[in-house]
Design a protein around this ligand. Structure first.
Ligand code: DI6
Ligand code: FE
Length: 406
Protein backbone atom coordinates (compact mmCIF):
# COMPACT_ATOMS: atom_id res chain seq x y z
CA UNK A 1 0.00 0.00 0.00
CA UNK A 2 1.11 3.52 -0.80
CA UNK A 3 1.26 6.12 1.98
CA UNK A 4 -0.80 8.68 0.15
CA UNK A 5 -2.42 9.25 -3.23
CA UNK A 6 -3.70 12.42 -4.85
CA UNK A 7 -6.56 12.16 -7.32
CA UNK A 8 -8.02 14.76 -9.67
CA UNK A 9 -4.75 16.64 -9.97
CA UNK A 10 -3.29 18.50 -12.87
CA UNK A 11 0.37 17.53 -13.06
CA UNK A 12 3.19 19.74 -14.28
CA UNK A 13 5.75 16.93 -14.21
CA UNK A 14 8.43 19.13 -15.86
CA UNK A 15 9.64 16.05 -17.69
CA UNK A 16 11.12 16.80 -21.03
CA UNK A 17 8.87 15.63 -23.79
CA UNK A 18 6.49 16.73 -26.44
CA UNK A 19 4.25 18.98 -24.33
CA UNK A 20 5.16 22.10 -22.35
CA UNK A 21 5.56 21.66 -18.59
CA UNK A 22 5.15 17.89 -18.99
CA UNK A 23 1.44 18.33 -18.35
CA UNK A 24 -0.88 15.46 -17.42
CA UNK A 25 -4.50 16.37 -16.77
CA UNK A 26 -6.81 14.18 -14.69
CA UNK A 27 -3.64 13.01 -13.02
CA UNK A 28 -2.81 10.98 -9.94
CA UNK A 29 0.29 10.95 -7.78
CA UNK A 30 1.07 8.18 -5.29
CA UNK A 31 3.83 8.15 -2.69
CA UNK A 32 5.36 5.27 -0.78
CA UNK A 33 8.32 5.34 1.62
CA UNK A 34 9.40 8.80 0.55
CA UNK A 35 9.37 7.95 -3.17
CA UNK A 36 6.97 8.66 -6.00
CA UNK A 37 5.27 5.31 -6.54
CA UNK A 38 2.94 6.45 -9.31
CA UNK A 39 2.57 9.51 -11.49
CA UNK A 40 0.27 9.55 -14.49
CA UNK A 41 -3.33 9.73 -15.65
CA UNK A 42 -5.81 8.58 -13.04
CA UNK A 43 -7.20 6.16 -15.62
CA UNK A 44 -3.87 4.28 -15.57
CA UNK A 45 -3.91 3.58 -11.84
CA UNK A 46 -3.25 -0.13 -11.26
CA UNK A 47 -6.31 -0.58 -9.02
CA UNK A 48 -9.04 1.11 -7.03
CA UNK A 49 -7.68 4.10 -5.08
CA UNK A 50 -8.92 2.77 -1.75
CA UNK A 51 -7.03 -0.49 -2.40
CA UNK A 52 -3.87 1.34 -3.41
CA UNK A 53 -3.22 3.86 -0.62
CA UNK A 54 -3.87 4.41 3.05
CA UNK A 55 -4.60 8.08 2.53
CA UNK A 56 -6.50 9.08 -0.61
CA UNK A 57 -6.86 12.81 -1.18
CA UNK A 58 -8.83 14.81 -3.76
CA UNK A 59 -6.73 17.56 -5.36
CA UNK A 60 -9.83 19.29 -6.80
CA UNK A 61 -7.93 20.23 -9.94
CA UNK A 62 -5.00 21.84 -8.15
CA UNK A 63 -1.68 21.81 -9.99
CA UNK A 64 1.07 19.55 -8.70
CA UNK A 65 4.63 20.49 -9.65
CA UNK A 66 8.12 19.45 -8.50
CA UNK A 67 9.15 21.26 -5.32
CA UNK A 68 11.43 24.20 -6.12
CA UNK A 69 15.18 23.84 -5.64
CA UNK A 70 17.53 26.71 -4.83
CA UNK A 71 20.80 25.63 -6.43
CA UNK A 72 22.97 28.65 -5.51
CA UNK A 73 22.92 30.33 -2.10
CA UNK A 74 25.29 31.84 0.42
CA UNK A 75 22.53 31.72 3.03
CA UNK A 76 24.67 30.88 6.10
CA UNK A 77 26.31 34.11 7.26
CA UNK A 78 26.30 36.55 10.17
CA UNK A 79 25.25 40.20 10.06
CA UNK A 80 23.78 42.11 7.14
CA UNK A 81 24.99 44.86 4.80
CA UNK A 82 22.04 47.20 4.48
CA UNK A 83 24.36 50.16 5.07
CA UNK A 84 26.33 49.18 1.96
CA UNK A 85 23.11 48.93 0.04
CA UNK A 86 22.41 52.49 1.11
CA UNK A 87 25.90 53.50 -0.06
CA UNK A 88 25.29 51.85 -3.41
CA UNK A 89 21.97 53.67 -3.67
CA UNK A 90 24.00 56.87 -3.26
CA UNK A 91 26.31 55.85 -6.10
CA UNK A 92 29.09 53.69 -4.60
CA UNK A 93 30.11 50.65 -6.67
CA UNK A 94 30.10 47.06 -5.38
CA UNK A 95 33.72 46.51 -6.47
CA UNK A 96 34.90 49.72 -4.76
CA UNK A 97 33.19 48.82 -1.48
CA UNK A 98 34.80 45.39 -1.76
CA UNK A 99 38.27 46.83 -2.38
CA UNK A 100 37.85 49.24 0.57
CA UNK A 101 37.46 46.22 2.88
CA UNK A 102 33.65 46.14 2.96
CA UNK A 103 31.56 43.79 0.91
CA UNK A 104 32.48 40.14 1.31
CA UNK A 105 35.16 41.21 3.82
CA UNK A 106 32.56 42.77 6.12
CA UNK A 107 30.56 39.55 6.19
CA UNK A 108 33.73 37.53 6.74
CA UNK A 109 34.52 39.52 9.89
CA UNK A 110 30.98 39.05 11.24
CA UNK A 111 30.95 35.35 10.37
CA UNK A 112 34.35 34.69 11.95
CA UNK A 113 32.97 36.21 15.16
CA UNK A 114 29.85 34.01 15.18
CA UNK A 115 29.55 30.60 16.81
CA UNK A 116 28.07 27.61 14.99
CA UNK A 117 24.81 28.03 16.91
CA UNK A 118 24.69 31.73 16.10
CA UNK A 119 25.14 30.95 12.40
CA UNK A 120 22.33 28.42 12.61
CA UNK A 121 20.02 30.84 14.42
CA UNK A 122 20.71 33.52 11.81
CA UNK A 123 20.16 31.24 8.82
CA UNK A 124 17.10 29.36 10.12
CA UNK A 125 14.50 32.08 9.39
CA UNK A 126 15.98 32.63 5.92
CA UNK A 127 15.66 28.94 5.15
CA UNK A 128 12.18 28.81 6.66
CA UNK A 129 11.15 31.59 4.29
CA UNK A 130 12.30 29.47 1.34
CA UNK A 131 10.61 26.41 2.78
CA UNK A 132 7.31 28.29 3.06
CA UNK A 133 7.47 28.55 -0.74
CA UNK A 134 7.78 24.77 -0.97
CA UNK A 135 11.53 24.58 -1.50
CA UNK A 136 12.80 21.04 -0.94
CA UNK A 137 16.51 21.44 -1.62
CA UNK A 138 18.98 24.22 -1.01
CA UNK A 139 22.61 24.45 -1.99
CA UNK A 140 24.58 26.31 0.67
CA UNK A 141 28.09 27.64 0.12
CA UNK A 142 30.78 28.41 2.63
CA UNK A 143 33.08 31.30 1.75
CA UNK A 144 32.65 33.83 4.54
CA UNK A 145 35.42 32.30 6.62
CA UNK A 146 38.48 32.41 4.37
CA UNK A 147 40.17 30.38 7.10
CA UNK A 148 39.77 26.75 8.01
CA UNK A 149 37.85 26.98 11.28
CA UNK A 150 35.15 29.34 10.01
CA UNK A 151 34.75 27.62 6.65
CA UNK A 152 34.23 24.39 8.55
CA UNK A 153 31.77 26.00 10.97
CA UNK A 154 29.68 27.29 8.07
CA UNK A 155 29.55 23.86 6.45
CA UNK A 156 28.67 22.17 9.72
CA UNK A 157 25.92 24.75 10.31
CA UNK A 158 24.55 24.05 6.82
CA UNK A 159 24.47 20.29 7.41
CA UNK A 160 22.83 20.69 10.82
CA UNK A 161 20.18 23.03 9.41
CA UNK A 162 19.28 20.45 6.79
CA UNK A 163 18.78 17.78 9.42
CA UNK A 164 16.87 20.07 11.77
CA UNK A 165 14.51 21.46 9.14
CA UNK A 166 13.91 18.34 7.05
CA UNK A 167 15.46 20.05 4.06
CA UNK A 168 17.85 18.50 1.53
CA UNK A 169 21.01 20.58 1.87
CA UNK A 170 23.80 20.37 -0.67
CA UNK A 171 27.01 21.90 0.66
CA UNK A 172 29.61 23.67 -1.43
CA UNK A 173 33.08 24.65 -0.25
CA UNK A 174 33.78 28.18 -1.49
CA UNK A 175 37.05 28.87 0.28
CA UNK A 176 38.19 30.59 -2.91
CA UNK A 177 35.54 33.29 -2.57
CA UNK A 178 37.78 36.28 -1.93
CA UNK A 179 41.19 37.16 -0.52
CA UNK A 180 41.05 40.75 0.65
CA UNK A 181 44.51 41.77 2.01
CA UNK A 182 42.91 42.90 5.30
CA UNK A 183 41.80 39.32 5.97
CA UNK A 184 44.08 37.06 3.97
CA UNK A 185 47.69 38.02 4.48
CA UNK A 186 49.23 36.08 1.63
CA UNK A 187 46.98 35.05 -1.24
CA UNK A 188 49.36 32.42 -2.62
CA UNK A 189 49.77 30.85 0.81
CA UNK A 190 46.01 30.92 1.29
CA UNK A 191 45.49 29.08 -1.99
CA UNK A 192 48.01 26.46 -0.96
CA UNK A 193 46.12 26.05 2.31
CA UNK A 194 42.84 25.60 0.40
CA UNK A 195 44.38 22.99 -1.87
CA UNK A 196 46.55 21.08 0.57
CA UNK A 197 44.66 21.38 3.83
CA UNK A 198 41.10 22.61 3.61
CA UNK A 199 39.76 20.52 0.72
CA UNK A 200 41.29 17.25 1.98
CA UNK A 201 40.18 17.78 5.59
CA UNK A 202 36.67 19.06 4.89
CA UNK A 203 36.08 16.40 2.24
CA UNK A 204 37.18 13.59 4.53
CA UNK A 205 34.81 14.90 7.19
CA UNK A 206 31.97 14.56 4.69
CA UNK A 207 31.17 18.25 4.82
CA UNK A 208 31.59 19.00 1.12
CA UNK A 209 29.37 17.96 -1.79
CA UNK A 210 31.05 20.26 -4.34
CA UNK A 211 33.72 22.93 -4.70
CA UNK A 212 33.16 26.44 -6.04
CA UNK A 213 35.38 29.48 -6.68
CA UNK A 214 34.89 33.13 -7.56
CA UNK A 215 36.86 33.68 -10.77
CA UNK A 216 36.85 37.44 -11.15
CA UNK A 217 39.00 40.55 -11.28
CA UNK A 218 38.29 41.18 -7.58
CA UNK A 219 38.86 37.55 -6.55
CA UNK A 220 40.78 34.66 -8.21
CA UNK A 221 42.41 34.35 -11.62
CA UNK A 222 41.61 31.46 -13.96
CA UNK A 223 45.01 29.90 -13.10
CA UNK A 224 44.30 30.10 -9.37
CA UNK A 225 40.82 28.71 -9.93
CA UNK A 226 42.28 25.79 -11.89
CA UNK A 227 44.48 24.89 -8.91
CA UNK A 228 41.42 24.71 -6.69
CA UNK A 229 39.61 22.58 -9.26
CA UNK A 230 42.55 20.17 -9.57
CA UNK A 231 42.41 19.63 -5.82
CA UNK A 232 38.67 19.04 -5.95
CA UNK A 233 39.13 16.49 -8.71
CA UNK A 234 41.79 14.70 -6.68
CA UNK A 235 39.25 14.26 -3.91
CA UNK A 236 36.46 13.11 -6.21
CA UNK A 237 34.44 16.30 -5.81
CA UNK A 238 32.47 17.99 -8.60
CA UNK A 239 33.06 21.68 -9.20
CA UNK A 240 31.06 24.77 -10.09
CA UNK A 241 32.11 28.33 -10.72
CA UNK A 242 31.12 31.96 -10.19
CA UNK A 243 32.01 32.85 -13.76
CA UNK A 244 32.06 35.94 -15.94
CA UNK A 245 29.82 38.02 -13.66
CA UNK A 246 31.61 41.36 -13.82
CA UNK A 247 34.00 40.67 -16.69
CA UNK A 248 34.79 37.90 -19.20
CA UNK A 249 37.65 35.99 -17.61
CA UNK A 250 37.04 32.85 -19.63
CA UNK A 251 35.17 31.38 -16.67
CA UNK A 252 32.60 29.54 -18.76
CA UNK A 253 35.26 27.66 -20.73
CA UNK A 254 37.26 26.94 -17.58
CA UNK A 255 34.21 25.47 -15.87
CA UNK A 256 33.51 23.32 -18.92
CA UNK A 257 37.11 22.11 -19.04
CA UNK A 258 36.72 20.69 -15.55
CA UNK A 259 33.31 19.18 -16.30
CA UNK A 260 31.67 21.55 -13.84
CA UNK A 261 28.12 20.90 -12.70
CA UNK A 262 27.36 24.55 -13.32
CA UNK A 263 28.79 27.94 -14.17
CA UNK A 264 26.89 30.70 -12.48
CA UNK A 265 26.10 34.37 -13.29
CA UNK A 266 27.65 34.46 -16.83
CA UNK A 267 26.55 38.00 -17.72
CA UNK A 268 29.80 38.42 -19.68
CA UNK A 269 30.26 34.85 -20.96
CA UNK A 270 31.55 34.44 -24.52
CA UNK A 271 29.99 32.37 -27.29
CA UNK A 272 32.93 29.96 -27.23
CA UNK A 273 32.63 29.56 -23.49
CA UNK A 274 28.96 28.73 -23.81
CA UNK A 275 29.59 26.25 -26.60
CA UNK A 276 32.12 24.50 -24.36
CA UNK A 277 29.58 24.43 -21.53
CA UNK A 278 26.95 22.86 -23.77
CA UNK A 279 29.40 20.16 -24.79
CA UNK A 280 30.42 19.44 -21.20
CA UNK A 281 26.84 19.44 -19.92
CA UNK A 282 27.62 22.32 -17.58
CA UNK A 283 24.42 24.09 -16.53
CA UNK A 284 24.19 27.90 -16.62
CA UNK A 285 22.80 29.15 -13.31
CA UNK A 286 21.13 32.54 -13.80
CA UNK A 287 20.88 34.86 -10.80
CA UNK A 288 18.46 37.72 -11.45
CA UNK A 289 18.49 38.86 -7.80
CA UNK A 290 22.15 39.86 -7.97
CA UNK A 291 21.64 41.42 -11.40
CA UNK A 292 18.76 43.49 -10.08
CA UNK A 293 20.31 44.59 -6.81
CA UNK A 294 23.66 45.49 -8.40
CA UNK A 295 21.71 47.41 -11.03
CA UNK A 296 23.61 45.52 -13.67
CA UNK A 297 22.71 46.48 -17.22
CA UNK A 298 24.10 43.54 -19.16
CA UNK A 299 21.86 40.49 -18.91
CA UNK A 300 23.37 37.04 -19.43
CA UNK A 301 23.33 35.98 -23.11
CA UNK A 302 20.22 33.84 -22.89
CA UNK A 303 19.57 33.72 -26.64
CA UNK A 304 23.10 32.45 -27.17
CA UNK A 305 22.64 29.87 -24.41
CA UNK A 306 19.54 28.55 -26.16
CA UNK A 307 21.32 28.54 -29.50
CA UNK A 308 24.30 26.61 -28.11
CA UNK A 309 22.07 24.23 -26.16
CA UNK A 310 23.16 25.27 -22.66
CA UNK A 311 20.75 24.26 -19.91
CA UNK A 312 19.56 27.15 -17.75
CA UNK A 313 18.79 27.03 -14.04
CA UNK A 314 17.61 29.93 -11.89
CA UNK A 315 18.58 30.54 -8.25
CA UNK A 316 18.35 33.17 -5.53
CA UNK A 317 22.08 33.68 -4.82
CA UNK A 318 20.81 34.53 -1.31
CA UNK A 319 23.66 36.47 0.29
CA UNK A 320 24.03 39.62 2.39
CA UNK A 321 25.64 41.69 -0.38
CA UNK A 322 24.60 41.37 -3.98
CA UNK A 323 21.33 39.47 -3.47
CA UNK A 324 19.68 39.70 -0.04
CA UNK A 325 16.95 37.37 -1.28
CA UNK A 326 14.36 35.80 0.99
CA UNK A 327 12.45 34.24 -1.87
CA UNK A 328 13.28 31.83 -4.65
CA UNK A 329 9.92 32.09 -6.42
CA UNK A 330 10.39 35.82 -6.85
CA UNK A 331 13.33 34.96 -9.11
CA UNK A 332 10.97 33.42 -11.69
CA UNK A 333 9.20 36.59 -12.83
CA UNK A 334 12.52 38.44 -12.49
CA UNK A 335 14.26 35.90 -14.76
CA UNK A 336 11.47 36.37 -17.31
CA UNK A 337 11.31 40.17 -17.10
CA UNK A 338 15.04 40.91 -16.79
CA UNK A 339 16.61 38.06 -18.78
CA UNK A 340 13.88 37.11 -21.23
CA UNK A 341 13.31 33.57 -20.04
CA UNK A 342 9.97 32.04 -20.94
CA UNK A 343 7.74 31.17 -17.98
CA UNK A 344 8.36 27.49 -18.72
CA UNK A 345 12.13 27.97 -18.79
CA UNK A 346 11.95 29.82 -15.47
CA UNK A 347 9.96 27.04 -13.79
CA UNK A 348 12.25 24.39 -15.28
CA UNK A 349 15.11 26.54 -13.98
CA UNK A 350 14.12 26.04 -10.35
CA UNK A 351 13.07 22.41 -10.76
CA UNK A 352 14.59 20.11 -13.39
CA UNK A 353 17.58 22.28 -14.30
CA UNK A 354 18.33 23.23 -10.70
CA UNK A 355 18.43 19.52 -9.85
CA UNK A 356 20.74 18.95 -12.79
CA UNK A 357 22.98 21.81 -11.61
CA UNK A 358 23.42 19.97 -8.30
CA UNK A 359 23.94 16.54 -9.86
CA UNK A 360 20.62 15.48 -8.31
CA UNK A 361 18.47 14.96 -11.38
CA UNK A 362 18.15 11.22 -10.71
CA UNK A 363 16.79 12.04 -7.26
CA UNK A 364 14.51 15.07 -7.65
CA UNK A 365 13.52 17.98 -9.91
CA UNK A 366 10.76 16.29 -11.94
CA UNK A 367 7.72 14.21 -11.10
CA UNK A 368 8.76 10.70 -12.08
CA UNK A 369 8.19 7.33 -10.47
CA UNK A 370 11.14 6.29 -8.33
CA UNK A 371 12.30 9.79 -7.51
CA UNK A 372 12.11 11.37 -4.08
CA UNK A 373 8.58 12.63 -3.34
CA UNK A 374 9.35 16.37 -3.51
CA UNK A 375 6.33 18.22 -4.80
CA UNK A 376 3.94 21.10 -4.16
CA UNK A 377 0.22 21.60 -4.76
CA UNK A 378 -0.70 24.99 -6.16
CA UNK A 379 -4.08 26.66 -6.31
CA UNK A 380 -3.48 28.25 -9.70
CA UNK A 381 -5.05 28.07 -13.16
CA UNK A 382 -1.83 27.14 -14.98
CA UNK A 383 1.84 26.56 -14.04
CA UNK A 384 2.83 29.65 -16.01
CA UNK A 385 1.37 31.62 -13.09
CA UNK A 386 4.37 30.62 -10.99
CA UNK A 387 6.51 32.77 -13.29
CA UNK A 388 4.00 35.60 -13.28
CA UNK A 389 2.90 36.54 -9.76
CA UNK A 390 5.44 38.83 -8.19
CA UNK A 391 6.02 37.58 -4.68
CA UNK A 392 4.20 35.86 -1.84
CA UNK A 393 3.25 32.61 -3.57
CA UNK A 394 2.43 29.84 -1.13
CA UNK A 395 1.63 26.22 -2.00
CA UNK A 396 -1.50 24.56 -0.64
CA UNK A 397 0.48 21.49 0.28
CA UNK A 398 4.16 20.62 0.36
CA UNK A 399 5.81 17.22 0.29
CA UNK A 400 9.55 17.00 0.96
CA UNK A 401 11.26 13.62 0.86
CA UNK A 402 7.86 12.02 1.32
CA UNK A 403 6.88 14.15 4.33
CA UNK A 404 3.52 15.61 3.42
CA UNK A 405 2.57 18.91 4.98
CA UNK A 406 -1.01 19.74 3.98
N1 DI6 B 1 29.17 36.32 -6.17
C1 DI6 B 1 28.06 36.65 -5.55
O1 DI6 B 1 27.03 36.90 -6.08
C2 DI6 B 1 28.28 36.57 -4.11
N2 DI6 B 1 29.57 36.02 -4.07
C3 DI6 B 1 30.05 35.92 -5.26
O2 DI6 B 1 31.15 35.45 -5.49
C4 DI6 B 1 28.23 37.87 -3.41
C5 DI6 B 1 28.71 37.71 -2.02
C6 DI6 B 1 28.61 38.95 -1.19
O3 DI6 B 1 28.52 40.09 -1.71
O4 DI6 B 1 28.63 38.80 0.03
FE1 FE C 1 26.98 33.67 -5.51
Amino acid sequence: MWDHLWLGARLATMREGPGPYGVIIDGALGVKDGRIAFVGPEADLPGRPADLAHDVRPAHGAWVAPAPIDCHTHIVFAGERAAEFEMRAAGARYEDIHRAGGGIGATVRATRAASENELIDAARPRLRALMAEGVSTVEIKSGYGLEFATERRMLRAARRLGRELGLRVHTTFLGAHAAPPSLVKDKAAYLTEIVEEMIPALASEGLVDAVDAFCESIAFTPEETARVFEAARKHGLRVKLHADQISDRGGAALAAKFGALSADHLEHASADGLAAMAKAGTVAVLLPGAYLMLRDTRPPPVALMREKGVRMAVASDANPGSSPARSLLLMLPLACALFGLTPEEALAGVTREAARALGLLDETGTLEAGKSADYCLWDIGHPRELSYWLGNMRPQAICRMGQLDA
